[in-house]
Design a protein around this ligand. Structure first.
Ligand SMILES: Nc1nc2c(ncn2[C@@H]2O[C@H](COP(=O)(O)OP(=O)(O)OP(=O)(O)O)[C@@H](O)[C@H]2O)c(=O)[nH]1
Ligand SMILES: [Mg+2]
Length: 465
């Protein structure tokens, strides 16, 4: 399980700024996938090798009424889902009544709280923190979310207590090691449990009602065609008879934990409902985490041809960033096309774990560049020289060249699509990592002979005038 950090504080203390910094690897991905918008609230962060989940919340100040009251409820919900809270305060504004209210809220609902004194760039850290000791929260850390000062020190301290648990073997058992891990995610009532039961088979007596905490997911091993699978379910797989009466509470954190644990994600949509905002943001998070993906539109039965066409168009229009994933329409209830799912999952996993040689990648890069050269930046052409594989699941393609940081997003997408086609990477996100090689002449200043030195001085005199 990933540790979950909630960022709380009164309005305008910099929660979202910190959230963006912690989840920033996402920005590169946003650039690479057209139509992917930022999910403002949940994200994956990574400190060194430790991944974690971070939740941004709305500012609370105390005394909220009406709609604002509902927002406070959301913040409380976030605190309950989180392992730790980071309370942000503003070093420049000093301690306010609203901050004290937030601290109270954290004391009541958070398991553990940290205090981050934000906007402390250029301030003496001791002085910045001094005023906030009265909150009673030990060891405040002065940070600057916008400049990045001491942000990693803060997260390091926050995550320290989780380190041991996370560094150990992630998988629960040997069974888990040899099996392909699949997570079924989706909004409540899209038919996840019905689908899970279908995949597991009618005859199977599934007893996974142990409640656990709200964040826990359960994993059920099963076999098909001599292949071992592990189904990670977020809704709680119930006995068939009980599937209908589910009133699940949707927990994004739970979905994120399942996504983290899985190798391939089956994202389920309700075709009757179309594509909702929540679907889109969940799909975005799957992509962000780099998981291989199969998109399933469920409840395809009982829909008119025009409705079906409408849903297909919707899916294309709202999730252009998922054009790499297979989209399968099924009826979990009747079992229609459910048999297509595992083969699609296998294809996605094979693509996600594909090995690509440096020679082949570089050749693909060269042909793409020859056909469509990268643009000039201030008169100098961006050079892309060679490529090699930097990781699997998801595939990471590292490209070396010059001025690669100036490469336009559209060009990144062009390259990704090219690699996709050549290496048959359907079903998996692909990451580009652009590296600008150091100028080989950098730091190697020519040592001038005394004669050259004199000439240089003579010439410089003219330059100055
Ligand atoms: N100087 C300085 N400004 C910062 C820092 N972090 C955030 N800000 C600024 O503070 C303002 C509020 O930042 P947000 O991140 O939107 O604050 P928030 O806590 O998410 O606000 P709400 O969501 O409205 O509660 C913005 O203008 C930021 O640019 C920082 O470390 N130093
Ligand atoms: Mg905010």
């Amino acid at each position: 399980m990933l540790p979950v950090i909630a960022l709380i504080g009164r309005p305008n203390v910099g929660k979202s700024t910190l959230f963006n910094r912690l989840t920033r690897s996402r920005d590169a991905i946003v650039a690479d996938y057209a139509g992917l918008t930022r999910d403002r609230q949940y994200g994956f962060g990574k400190l060194g090798q430790i991944p974690y989940i971070v939740i941004d919340t709305c500012g609370v100040a105390g005394g909220e009424e009406g709609i604002a009251e509902a927002m406070v409820e959301q913040t409380i919900h976030a605190l309950k889902e989180a392992d730790v809270a980071i309370i942000l305060v503003d070093a420049r504004a000093g301690l306010t009544a609203a901050d004290e209210h937030v601290v109270k809220l954290a004391r009541k609902h958070a398991t553990r709280s940290w205090l981050a004194v934000n906007k402390a760039e250029g301030l003496d850290t001791t002085i910045a923190c001094a005023e906030f000791y009265s909150t009673g929260i030990a060891d405040p850390v002065a940070i600057s979310a916008s400049h990045g000062d001491r942000v990693s020190a803060l997260i390091e301290a926050v995550l320290e207590e989780f380190e041991d648990k996370e560094s150990g073997d992630e998988s629960d058992s040997e069974e888990e090691d040899s099996a392909l891990r699949i997570a079924i995610v989706g909004r409540p009532n899209v038919g996840k449990s019905t689908l899970a039961n279908r995949l597991l088979g009618e005859d199977r007596f599934v007893v996974f009602d142990q409640p656990g905490t709200t964040r826990d997911s359960v994993a059920v091993p099963f076999e098909r065609n001599d292949r071992k699978y592990l189904l990670i379910d977020t809704a709680g797989i119930r006995r068939r008879a009980r599937v209908k009466e589910t009133v699940e509470k949707f927990s994004i954190v739970k979905a994120l934990q399942a996504i983290e644990r899985a190798q391939v994600v089956i994202a389920v949509l309700d075709a009757h409902e179309g594509v909702t905002e929540q679907d889109v943001s969940l799909l975005g998070l799957v992509l962000e985490r780099g998981r291989a993906l199969v998109v399933v539109a469920n409840k395809w039965d009982g829909m008119s041809a025009s409705d079906r066409r409408h849903v297909r168009n919707e899916l294309e229009r709202r999730t252009p960033f998922l054009d790499f994933a297979e989209r399968i329409t099924i009826s979990a209830l009747h079992g229609t096309a459910v048999g297509d799912l595992l083969p699609a999952v296998e294809r996605a996993f094979a693509a996600a774990t594909r090995d690509m040689s440096t020679t082949a990648l570089t050749k693909a890069l060269e042909s793409a560049v020859a056909e469509h050269p990268p643009p000039l930046v201030r008169g100098r052409r961006i050079r892309l020289r060679y490529a090699h594989q930097g990781g699997r699941n998801p595939p990471v393609i590292v490209i070396h060249g010059n001025q690669t940081d100036k490469l336009p997003d559209a060009y990144r997408r062009f390259l990704i699509n090219r690699f996709r086609k050549i290496f048959k990477l359907k079903g998996t996100p692909v990451r580009l990592s652009l590296k600008t090689g150091r100028n080989p002449f950098e730091g190697r200043r020519n040592k001038l002979t005394p004669r050259q030195e004199r000439k240089r001085r003579r010439l410089m005199k003219h330059v100055k005038k």
